[in-house]
Design a protein around this ligand. Structure first.
Ligand code: FAD
Length: 433
């Protein structure tokens, strides 16, 4: 193995691999270090892959990639202890290519496929190798220290794509350590069920899939949510809440996931399923104001390491990770032409980010975590009051309909100030909406 490359990438997730693919296609020598046994092994279970970016990089990738189902339906619901109110949206056009650019995937399969694409393009992906540190020459990064024999490897530029727990980016001074408030702790499981059962139970045909998000009692009324995504013959089931909120409520992610799975509404979706995998992971939500520096001399930071996750209902991380990886690659190609890998020479990266949906969306939802933490009523008080009102409205009794409806309204108004509710709904724009 040569010890000098054009580019070193730390991490074989969607951000690192998209960067590697683009650079390798352009003829640069690229090495990707991945600490897992194989790409995706540290990202065991599933999620929704938003694929506008991937479809440009590898057109019609879904014909070849191990995607599970295209997302034909979206369902959002609020739960109380014993009831649910849900809205579901489906649109037949989402069943046609490019399938609304949303697919459920199992990361262990998808990441391996994507990494193989980068290898086929000429990148070198080295697994089971942890990068422990950068190698510096003065104030410039010139390589990395990989945990293996002869592990000092050099490059013109290093891309830090190490994900949410970005110890190296912190070490390099590109970002501050995240607070408990800025990190979502998530627990997720893959639960197997026969394909026919999934299609019957979720009213799906063929490769259609559904994404279901649950609020309110899904996470014991705390800020956060639960989810069920349908795969071909399994479900991805999980919860996520800010670490600070879990700590305040003395909850652990796995206990919260167990409680979600045994909620009377949720357990009906899961019945008969067998847990195949369980994992816990972090999702960064630093907020726009706390985004790190994107570049230093000889160094760029992409994807979750940089905090590029949209925290709203769109819950978009993989698309932003890929977009940032590709923009980093484009900036590196520019820097190579001018033979300037200094922070100034790599400035094309920040410029591209600022002009793209990544920074526009992060700006719009930038203070969502702060705003939402000032409105805990969105997650407990309001869902409970709305569901109590619905119970009153729909419970059949001897009362006249007018009396029933009045009682239901009074029940709501006793618990909630209607004006405050409407004002909070207005303020929720730019947070979860
Ligand atoms: C529960 C959960 C659900 C999610 N759902 C969705 C969803 O539905 N849709 C969506 O778009 N996004 C979702 N996300 C977010 C999405 O997973 C991330 O935004 C995306 O994976 C970021 O990609 P990345 O390449 O930046 O980082 P990662 O995918 O985290 O990849 C980083 C890689 O770097 C490796 N690594 C780390 N440190 C080192 C080191 N020192 N040396 C070598 N290798 C290292 C890791 O092993 C890992 O493979 C979800 C996240 C979680 C936790």
């Amino acid at each position: 193995m040569t010890d000098k490359f054009d580019c070193i990438i730390i991490g074989a997730g969607p951000s690192g691999i998209s960067c590697a693919y683009k650079l390798a296609k352009a003829g640069l020598s690229v090495i990707v270090f991945e600490r897992g046994e194989y790409p995706g092994s540290k990202n065991v279970s599933g999620g929704v892959l938003y694929s506008t970016v991937l479809n440009k990089l590898i057109p019609e990738f879904w014909k070849d990639a191990p995607v599970e189902r295209h997302v034909a339906k979206r369902r959002y619901s609020i739960l109380s202890k014993d009831s649910e109110m849900a809205v579901e949206f489906c649109f037949d056009k989402f069943n046609e290519p490019p399938y609304n650019n949303s697919f459920t995937v199992l990361r262990s399969k998808f990441d391996q496929w994507f990494a193989k694409k980068a290898e086929d393009a000429g990148a070198f992906v080295l697994t089971e190798t942890v990068v422990d540190d950068f190698i510096w020459k003065g104030d410039k990064v010139i390589g990395v220290k990989a945990r293996r024999e002869g592990g000092d490897v050099y490059a013109d530029v290093v891309v830090c794509a190490e994900g949410a727990n970005s110890l190296l980016a912190e070490k390099a001074g590109l970002k501050k350590k995240s607070t408990d408030h800025q990190m979502i702790s998530a627990a997720k499981e893959v639960i197997s069920l026969p394909r026919e059962v999934i299609e019957d139970r979720f009213n799906l045909s063929g490769d259609e899939g559904v994404v279901m998000e649950f609020f309110g009692d899904a996470v014991q009324g705390m800020i956060g949510s639960g989810f069920i995504y349908t795969n071909k013959d399994s479900l991805s089931v999980g919860i996520g809440c800010p670490i600070s909120v879990m700590r305040e409520n003395n909850m652990r992610p796995n206990d919260l996931l167990d409680a979600f799975k045994s909620h009377p509404i949720v357990k009906k979706f899961l019945r008969g399923g067998k847990t195949e995998e369980l994992s816990a992971k972090m999702i960064p939500e630093p907020g726009y104001k706390n985004l790190p520096k994107f570049a230093a001399n000889g160094l760029l930071i992409v994807g979750d390491s940089a905090g590029f996750v949209n925290p709203s209902l769109y819950r978009e991380g993989s698309n932003m990770a890929m977009a940032s990886g590709i923009m980093a690659a484009e900036a590196i190609l520019e820097a190579k032409e001018s033979r300037d890998f200094s922070e100034a020479g790599l400035a094309g990266y920040a410029k591209r980010l600022n002009d793209s949906f990544v920074m526009k969306d992060l700006k719009r939802y930038g203070d969502a975590p702060e705003k939402v933490s000032a409105m805990p009523q969105l997650f407990k008080e309001y869902p409970d009051a709305i569901l109590e009102m619905a119970k009153g409205y729909f419970t059949v009794s001897d009362l006249s309909k007018e009396e029933m409806q009045q009682l239901a309204k009074n029940n709501f108004k006793d618990k909630i100030s209607v004006w405050k509710f409407l004002w909070d709904m207005y303020k929720a724009k730019g947070t979860i909406l």
